[in-house]
Design a protein around this ligand. Structure first.
Ligand SMILES: [Zn+2]
Length: 288
């Protein structure tokens, strides 16, 4: 795990063990607000211990951007009395699939034996949720697309947006909806944050925010275009494996998960969805 600060009170921790996933902590006079946690217990414990010292034992709350396990698991390392704030869909998803996924993780790696699932205790469904801790004002806003339940945290004073996986080094929509993801990226452009802490990969700094968001939007538009081409030409589904990431304007990122595989999963998801729509089965789930 490595960490950096974007201001004196805002820390970003990045996993060295899993896909450069990020979590964030805000040190306020009313205690530490932790946004997401890293999946592996050792890293999660280290961060919780560090923040316990840094905040002199005072925590304010935990915020969860979405239900994916690489953001959820490490929350177990924080005091159990803390509220976990998330979108209502995140609570539902975790109640639905959380324990089963955790059992699977434990079966593949006993390191996860010490993890217990934290289910959100405060949720919101429509609109935004505003939260104040010390002199920090946080706007929790829905940013769906990567998943239905993804939220972002916009720090008003600093104009920093913590996006969960609605922004990530390679957009992933295999568990979500690419059209929704594009709309969300456009909304983030309008919000015009000065800094973006994306779900995976490096911090996007002032001056590059708009260009990076454009690159991700173009990428998702290209994914749709590629899927449409395969359908139009009547080619077999397997040809999608031969479409390089670079065709859609992104470079391979050392996420640990193979970039090409993520990219192929994206096109396959869109391909299946478009085929289903053409055949009139619009109720087909979008999950790959
Ligand atoms: Zn995710």
């Amino acid at each position: 795990m490595f960490w950096e600060r974007v201001t004196e009170e805002i820390y970003i921790f990045t996993s060295e063990r899993y896909a450069l996933v990020n979590c964030v902590a805000l040190v306020t006079e009313e205690g530490v607000v932790a946004i997401d946690a890293l999946p592996f217990p050792e890293e999660a414990r280290q961060i919780a211990q560090f923040l316990d010292l840094r905040g002199r034992g005072r925590f304010h709350s935990l915020i969860l951007t979405h239900y994916h396990m690489d953001h959820v698991y490490g929350l177990y390392a924080y005091p159990q009395n803390l509220d976990v704030i998330a979108h209502e869909l995140c609570r539902k998803k975790l109640l639905d699939v959380g324990e089963a996924s955790l059992s699977q993780a434990r079966a593949s790696d006993p390191l996860f034996d010490e993890v217990t699932l934290r289910i959100p205790t405060i949720t919101f469904e429509a609109g935004e949720l505003q939260m104040v801790a010390g002199d920090m004002t946080m706007r929790l806003l829905p940013l769906p697309g990567h998943t239905d339940d993804n939220i972002g945290v916009f720090l008003e004073e600093e104009r920093i947006l913590i996006t969960g996986d609605s922004v990530m080094a390679i957009p992933i929509i295999a568990d979500g909806n690419w059209r929704q993801a594009i709309v969300t990226l456009q909304q983030i452009k309008k919000l015009a944050p000065e800094t973006i802490v994306q779900g995976h990969g490096e911090v996007i700094l002032r001056g590059e925010v708009q260009a990076v968001l454009d690159r991700y939007i173009n990428y998702l538009e290209c994914v749709e275009e590629q899927a449409r081409k395969v359908i139009k030409r009547g080619k077999p589904r397997q040809v999608i494996w031969d479409i390089p990431l670079e065709t859609c304007g992104l470079e391979r990122v050392p996420l640990g998960i193979a970039s090409h595989q993520l990219h192929v999963a994206n096109i396959l998801t869109v391909y299946d969805r478009l085929r289903a729509e053409q055949e009139g089965h619009t109720d087909v789930p979008s999950r790959a």
